[in-house]
Structure formats: C-alpha cells, structure tokens
Design a protein around this ligand. Sequence first.
Ligand SMILES: Cc1cc2nc3c(=O)[nH]c(=O)nc-3n(C[C@H](O)[C@H](O)[C@H](O)COP(=O)(O)O)c2cc1C
Length: 274
Amino acid sequence: MEISELFRDEPPGTESRPPATALRLLTGGAVSLLTTRYRGSINVMPVAWQAPLSSAPPLVGVAIHESRFTMDLVSHAEEFALSFPTRALLHHVQYLGALSGEQLDKFEVTRLETFSPRHVTAPLVAGCAAWVECEVVQVLPVGDHQLVLGHPLAVLVDPVAFDERWRPEAPEERRPLHYLGEAHYGVLGRLLEARLPTVGDSPGSALSDQIAEDLELDRETRQRRDEERERLREEVADGQSIDLAAWESEELPPLDLRLGVVIDKPAGEGEAPG
Ligand SMILES: Cc1cc2nc3c(=O)[nH]c(=O)nc-3n(C[C@H](O)[C@H](O)[C@H](O)COP(=O)(O)O)c2cc1C
C-alpha cells in the first residue's frame, strides 16, 4: 500500500477534544470496589483506573490518587481485594466514591454486606459478580497517582456473569457495572464474535465479506423482532394481557407504553429471567 494512502484527511464529522479526554476514552472497564485493611482500619473505595499489566506472572495495576485514605492503608497492608459490583450496588458505588474512610466508617454508613476473603485480611463485598484478592508487589509513582501492582492470590466468580470472559448474555442484574465517568455507568449489552479469514482467503475481501454477512444476520434478527413486536402490539390493542417476559426479553426492544393500554402481569408469569 502507498504510504500516502494511510494519511488521508480526517473523516468528516470528527471533532477535536482536549488531550486530557484521553483518560475518559480509556475508562469503561468493569469498575471495582477496592477493600483494604491495616491494623484497626478497614476501608472501601471504587476504582475505575485498573488494568491487566502482565500475564506471567499475572499482575494487575490499580492507579490510586495519593490523597486517598485507601492509598495509606494499601501501602502499609501490602494487600487489597477487588469486588466487581452489579447493578444492585450502583448508588453505593457512587456514594463510596464521594466519602473518605479517613472521616467515617463507610461500611457502617452504607451497610454494605461483606464476607470473608480466602487470603487477604480485608473483607469482600457481597452482591458482586467477581472478586480478586491481591498481594502488593510494587508501588510506582505516576504523576499524581500511585500505580499499585497486585499479584492475584485468589479469584472468585459468579459463573453466570463470568466464564473465562464477562458474559453480556447473563441477566442484566448479574452483569458488572462499567464506569463511564461522572455519575454514569453501563453494562455490556451484546456479545459479538470476531472471525479470522481462513487459509486461502484474501484477508481484505474476507474481512469485508464477514462484516456484510454479520450485518445481514443482524437485519434478519431485527426483522424477526419487529414481526414479534407487531404481534404483541396487536394483542395489546385487542385488550389482551400479554406475557411481560416477552417484552422484557433481550430479543425485543423496550416496552412501548404509548399505546395507553394497561397491561396486567398474569400471576406467576412474566418474571425477568434469572
Ligand atoms: C466510579 C468511581 C471510580 C473511581 N476510580 C478511582 C480510581 O481509579 N482511582 C482513584 O484514586 N480514585 C478513584 N475514584 C475516587 C475515589 O473512589 C474517591 O476519592 C474516594 O472517596 C476515596 O476514598 P478513600 O479516601 O476512603 O480512600 C473513583 C470514584 C468513583 C465514583
């Protein structure tokens, strides 16, 4: 390929943002609640700036601002635990990030449920999708944060939420929260599987053929979903009660209540999956 072909004009519609926006662009992984304990103090704080750093040995990194009470405790305790909260803890997560354990006992204030760890001394938070216990192997200063390198000693998971990878197909209330900045969070919504060109394919055309095939599959799914939606809409218009589980299923778009028909949930039916 000609080098000049790699340096075309910026695509139309792109906008420039301040360089510090790079931090927000890299934010979005599963948020965790870091618990730590040193002598009589036990604390918990939400952490979004965490990353896998090495596979052999396995090492994770957590960037903690030097002003956090947690930083004091972690550097003395030389261990910490990460609990990955689910939707039930959404408001707790935000609140725990607005308080400092230096001033109050966050466990008492928020009545967080916890349970015993296997290796470290800090408690693990209940109502989460996974838990990682770490010993600290190094602390590196990086700007106004300290990068705490942790060696995982034990991992526990809710297998519905995680099975070798996070499972967007798990019921929403079992999926981990992803932090997007300010007071915004998300959950993963859909699994996409990438395929590689097979031997003999020209990679360029095989890749675009696969995209076309995927889009066609998406189109068929959308069409099936629209047909099902129309069928349910007719049932509602006829005054029939419908199966709310069908409306809530991942296959269908959110319930459109503009129809103005009250839909009774039949007793014992229509529970959300999971
Ligand atoms: C969702 C979320 C993620 C956060 N991630 C980090 C982080 O990665 N590193 C950090 O130093 N502070 C982070 N914070 C801010 C701290 O959690 C917050 O300052 C907290 O009050 C510190 O508590 P402490 O003083 O008890 O340690 C985050 C806050 C929220 C709400």
